[in-house]
Design a protein around this ligand. Structure first.
Ligand SMILES: [Zn+2]
Length: 281
């Protein structure tokens, strides 16, 4: 970390605010991309009373606090997740800036972090990782390798192959051994994207740390998961997905098993953010 001169301090404050603003945009992406809506228009509205949100009600972090977490018009509670995503993005942006300073790597890793935050929350809500995010992400990650001094384009290309390939191998082995689908294709493309951004050298640490964290979080969640009722929508979505993907037939799973899968999925999601933490390794 650089010494905390007034210049670095004010730059970090600026980066934090920039991160919060980007986080506010990510909230829009998280909400609209899975629904197939435009992320640029129309302006954000209250989901309940549909009153457009004015610019001064849309200041990241502050507005939520000033409005007391409620819509200014109909007083419907606004989820704490919105300011949380803004705060998380702001902290990640500031952390990356303090690690890499004024280098091309900083904005590149901001992009990667922003993608990971978006993917994490979409995956949490819908159990999908949209191709419209991960596929362009692979391209951006590859192109960015030309601007990062400690990486070559070959590292990036091999990262795409190693990232996508290793998960594909794990998924196929799992399917072969258990005759069940374990991992979605979305995860494979996401790891290929991470390989593009971080190079092949990062793939093993990312998988290793992710599975460690994933197992720990998974164990915690599975116990709690057994107590929760199963959302029926998820069951239906799963059945539809299986039919559409040409799977043998739609099987309705036992609630316990389903929730277990959800628990594992969530565990995987929380670890989606691990790559950002390993940047400094
Ligand atoms: Zn409202």
């Amino acid at each position: 970390m650089p010494p905390m001169t007034p210049f670095i301090l004010s730059s970090t404050a600026f980066v934090f605010i920039l991160g919060a603003v980007v986080g506010s945009f990510l909230n829009v992406c998280i909400f609209r991309i899975p629904a197939g809506q435009s992320i640029v228009s129309p302006r954000s509205r209250c989901p309940r009373c549909e009153t457009p949100i004015r610019w001064y009600q849309n200041i990241p972090l502050l507005s939520w606090l000033l409005l007391g977490g409620k819509c200014a018009h109909c007083k419907t509670p606004i989820s704490w997740r919105y300011p949380f995503v803004e705060l998380l993005t702001a902290l990640l942006f500031a952390g990356i800036f303090l690690t890499f300073g004024f280098q091309p790597a900083t904005p590149i890793y901001w992009i990667m972090a922003a993608i990971l935050v978006t993917v994490t929350f979409i995956d949490l809500d819908h159990q999908i990782i949209p191709d419209v995010i991960s596929l362009p992400g692979i391209v951006v990650g590859f192109l960015s390798s030309f601007f990062i001094p400690w990486m070559t384009w070959l590292d990036s290309l091999m990262g795409i192959i190693a990232g996508g390939g290793s998960l594909l191998l794990i998924a196929l082995t799992y399917e072969f051994l258990t005759k069940k689908e374990g991992m979605g294709g979305g995860d494979i493309k996401l790891l290929a994207m991470l390989g593009a951004f971080l190079g092949w050298q990062a793939i093993f640490p990312v998988i290793f740390i992710s599975s460690m964290v994933g197992t720990a979080v998974g164990i915690l969640l599975i116990d709690r998961a057994a107590l929760r009722p199963v959302p029926i929508n998820y069951n239906l979505a799963l059945a539809r997905e299986r039919l559409e993907s040409g799977a043998r037939r739609a099987t309705l799973k036992l609630p316990r098993e389903l929730d277990l899968k959800r628990g594992q999925f969530r565990a995987y999601l929380m670890v989606n953010l691990t790559p950002v933490m390993t940047l400094d390794l």
